[in-house]
Design a protein around this ligand. Sequence first.
Ligand SMILES: *Cc1c(COP(=O)(O)O)cnc(C)c1O
Length: 433
Amino acid sequence: MTVSPAIGRVGAAWRAARSVTPAGHLDAAGCNVPSDRVLDAVTAHLRRERELGGYRAAPDLTGARASLAALVDAEPGDVAFLESGTEAMAALLGGWRLGPGSRVGCTRAEYGSTFMLLRRLAARRGWRLIELPLDGAGRLDPDGLRARLRSSLDLVVLSHVGSHHGVVQPAAEAGALCRAAGVPFVLDVCQSLGHVEVRGTEASAYVGTSRKWLAGPRGVGFLIIPGLTDTMDTLAPTLAGHIWNDPSEPWGGLGESWGESGESGKSWNSRLESWGDRGSSWGESPESWDGPAVGEASRPVPGAARFETSEAAVAARAGLGVAVREHHELGPPAVHAHLAELGRTARGLLDGAGGWRVAEPLDEPSALVTLSPPPDDTAARAAARADEASLLVGVVPVARAPLHLREPVLRVSPPPGTPVETFEALARVLSTH
Ligand SMILES: *Cc1c(COP(=O)(O)O)cnc(C)c1O
């Protein structure tokens, strides 16, 4: 492996920041290894909560928000912390005011839980899912997106890097096309932030998670929403993120139906039932999903705070702030270059070993490497053999991308500083079956 000075520095600094790492760790895309400083920040905050009282110890997360936002040239007020990438996506899409018939573009390589969510929202709200075409490598075809935008889309959702293959989607090009068409663009950066360049994609909203390439603690996800509009609000209002419109009228016009069995109560209840049964009736509900809230009891506060959960593992949020600061200190472009080099090195050594084949192009600029098994081996068996050899790899089940993955694949995702000997050891494991 040829190692440039900058690349050597990133790997060495990453390893120096961790007094302990699991042996043979090749699962950064699943759950990365936090640094000693991140671990210290989390435990120090938990100790402060015990000494001062949890509410009195509440950390100032402005710095954490600023570091995270800076990764995509956004502002601290654009950041909302949640508990996972899945939660963040559900909060964002679940509350989005899009009327029946709205056209939502996504590819068949979309992440499993996002796809489940979109299918459910489509069924209940009458949205239409419009397939955005991929090329043979599983890469979004920008001309296909352009054509779909021309025949009208109301929202585009894209995973920058998938969980199940290492292809880096042309997010900047997709973002520019959506922006030119005036269509909101949601970019899932769970596998890309801290791994490949996300700046310049100019998405309306980014959905991310802490524990993967940013190497923060588990249990934190986030939204960064530079393009917040009135149509974007959570379905579940919170006291920290919402304000009563008129606290003296909390029942609004629906109050008389509460506990009474009068005519108005019946019609309200039957309307509620019909929402449950038929997605298409959303548009007839008292709260139209077509535009800004009308007749609602509460309204969101300015900024992304409307999406944030207020009761949370705040120590972990503080820990993520430290992890992102460390990422800035290493220098994101140098980290990206180092990881791309690790990915290319791993693919070169693993492709063909024991008949296993790398699924994405060998020179793809990512460190997420996926391998398809030969006929006489499986991902689960290879992962078990790797475990015996003290190597930690991932197995990606078909459910992770049900319309794109045909069989479970082995996922190799080296953290910075992974020595070439680790890939050579894995190649031997793949060869002996
Ligand atoms: C991991 C992942 C998610 C979900 O994040 P969680 O924090 O696990 O909920 C979403 N999209 C992609 C591409 C992922 O890899």
